[in-house]
Write a protein that binds this ligand. Structure first.
Ligand code: 16G
Ligand code: ZN
Length: 526
């Protein structure tokens, strides 16, 4: 390590005095003007992580659904996964070190993690469309090069595309080609194969309105659309040509306000979806004939996907274990439907993609979605091989089903939840099953629910995948008593991982009851 050079360059990316940041569930996120030093230091850290794992590491510059003035950064581990927890702590330490302590912190991390400093390092970098992202990604590159790391700058990418690149590079090309072209080709080939088999080929199944949150999703979908246009035509809204990123549009807006984005005209029963600002989340929606808005969130997406996968397995005659992973935010109706009607085991983890992803890896086929629309499906290597074999060896209907499953596996981004990939999976399933958006929505009825925020997150700690409050003492008992007053009710509180607030969630048999319960629980938090 050339400590002299690090000190010199670090001074060019100086940390604002007194600024303390934490590597949270989605990396670092704050106002873009406060992030230059963090970017430089994450470049340094990515090199150390790359040397330690002897693999390519990813750095993504984005603040997802946050306002345009914000930015953020997260590191991507070798298999396209979120950074390991012990390295999250290193990231926090390094980002908060005062200038004069930088060298010591870097040496500490290298020693603790037994990093061989002679080892080569390779880092890949991607960024979203925020005005601040280009300069900030340059600061990441400064950090990488000052520690002697090699890099490839992919420039503008969706977050899941960067995860895909990292995964491809570390699996010797087995998963796919680590180029944007490779990504488009892999997904589109699988999608077109699938839709060829769909018997319902009416226009209804072939067109979709997409709200791109004025973000990177628009750019990438435009580049990609001619690859899959044979199977689907997409009409893009909020494509960044006029509006501001995530402003009154995008998956987060639609999910939290339960209304359509601005700038999109919706005719009754038309299928629409929204991406978030970095295209790793997706929700669907439509207006019914009476003009009522219906949201189809991550829970219903998981239901559609897991029921389709289960049907294919039955058809092929394979009994593999499928698990669905949710968080405490999953609507009670979705959990009940999955367990009681579909007979699929459901597991609950803490909020944050890394928790769901890890749990989903325990199954032959693990489907995970957060209600907010972030999710994907994971297939074990053994399953992938088995299905490939079946697609070659079986006959007739069974062979057809195995072939379908093989393509569905290729269509999922198994490195991370991916709005583009999920959209194509959903569109393929709807076409193959001949389901309209209303029929999909009618699988079950969401229980009315309400979310509120209250201050002070430091007093709250939780257990049981955030469903039970441990502190302050007496709070959980109070929540239990309140919940008993309502029908089909459930409520929990949890400290947010991204804002300085406590989140309150309540659901019940009517909107009025859910609203009351949420209000009463938030009073109990004080
Ligand atoms: C982050 C998480 C998201 C989670 C959200 C919860 C990732 C990539 N993102 O954005 O999955 O739903 O945090 O936020 O893990 P909260 O803790 O403020 O409720
Ligand atoms: Zn996002």
């Amino acid at each position: 390590m050339d400590l002299g050079a690090i000190t010199k360059y670090s001074a060019l990316h100086a940390k604002p005095n007194g600024l303390i940041l934490q590597y949270g569930t989605a990396g670092f996120r704050t106002k873009a003007e406060h992030l230059d030093h963090v970017m430089f230091r994450m470049g340094l850290l990515a090199v150390l992580r790359s040397k330690q794992t002897k693999s390519t590491i990813g750095v993504m510059v984005t603040a997802s659904h946050n306002p345009e003035e914000d930015n953020g950064v997260k590191l991507v581990d070798p298999l396209g996964e979120m950074l390991a927890p012990s390295w999250e702590e290193h990231a926090t330490c390094l980002a908060n070190a005062e200038e004069q302590d930088m060298q010591r912190v870097l040496i500490d991390i290298s020693e603790k993690e037994a990093v061989n400093l002679q080892q080569d390092a390779f880092v890949v970098i991607g960024r979203d469309t925020r005005p601040s992202s280009e300069k900030l990604s340059q600061s990441v590159i400064d950090g990488v090069t000052v520690l002697g790391g090699q890099f490839h700058d992919y420039g503008l990418l969706t977050t899941p595309q960067l995860h895909y690149m990292v995964y491809c590079r570390n699996t010797g090309g087995r998963y796919g080609k680590a180029t944007i072209e490779g990504y488009y080709q892999k997904l589109s080939k699988a999608f077109v194969e699938l839709t060829k088999q769909a018997s319902c080929s009416g226009d209804e199944y072939r067109s979709l309105k997409v709200d791109c949150a004025n973000g990177i999703g628009a750019l990438k979908l435009r580049e990609m659309e001619h690859y899959f246009s044979q199977g689907l035509s997409v009409q893009l809204f909020n494509d960044g040509s006029k509006g501001k990123l995530n402003h009154l549009c995008g998956a987060d807006f639609v999910k939290s306000h339960q209304k359509p984005p601005q700038g999109m005209e919706i005719k009754s029963n038309e299928r629409c979806c929204s991406f978030d600002g970095d295209a790793d989340r997706i929700v669907y929606y439509y207006h019914d004939a009476d003009g009522h808005f219906h949201l189809i969130d991550g829970d219903k997406i998981a239901t559609l996907i897991s029921s389709f996968l289960k049907e294919l397995l039955v058809e092929i005659g394979e009994s593999l274990n499928i698990g669905v992973v949710q968080t405490a935010y999953a609507n009670g109706s979705s959990t009940r439907y999955l367990e009681e009607v579909m007979k699929v085991p459901v597991y609950c983890t803490k909020t944050g993609v890394k928790h769901l992803h890890h749990k989903a890896q325990e199954f032959d086929i693990g489907v995970y979605f957060e209600a907010n629309g972030h999710g994907t499906a994971l297939f074990s290597t053994a399953v992938e091989m088995k299905i490939k074999q079946s697609a070659e060896q079986l006959e007739d209907k069974k062979r057809k089903a195995a072939k379908m499953l093989e393509n569905i596996i290729d269509l999922f981004n198994q490195a991370a939840g991916d709005a583009i990939s999920d959209m194509l999976v959903i569109e393929a399933i709807l076409a193959l099953k001949g389901l309209t958006v209303q029929q999909w929505d009618a699988l079950y009825t969401d229980l009315p629910n309400r979310q509120l925020k209250v201050a002070d997150r430091r007093v709250i700690s939780t257990t049981d995948a955030e469903r039970q409050a441990v502190t302050p003492p007496g709070l959980q008992e109070a929540i239990n008593d309140l919940v008993k007053k309502y029908k089909l009710s459930r409520a929990f509180v949890r400290p947010s991982g991204t804002e300085d607030v406590v989140r309150v969630y309540a659901e019940a048999d009517s909107q009025e009851s859910a609203d009351h319960l949420a209000h009463e629980v938030s009073l109990a938090v004080f």
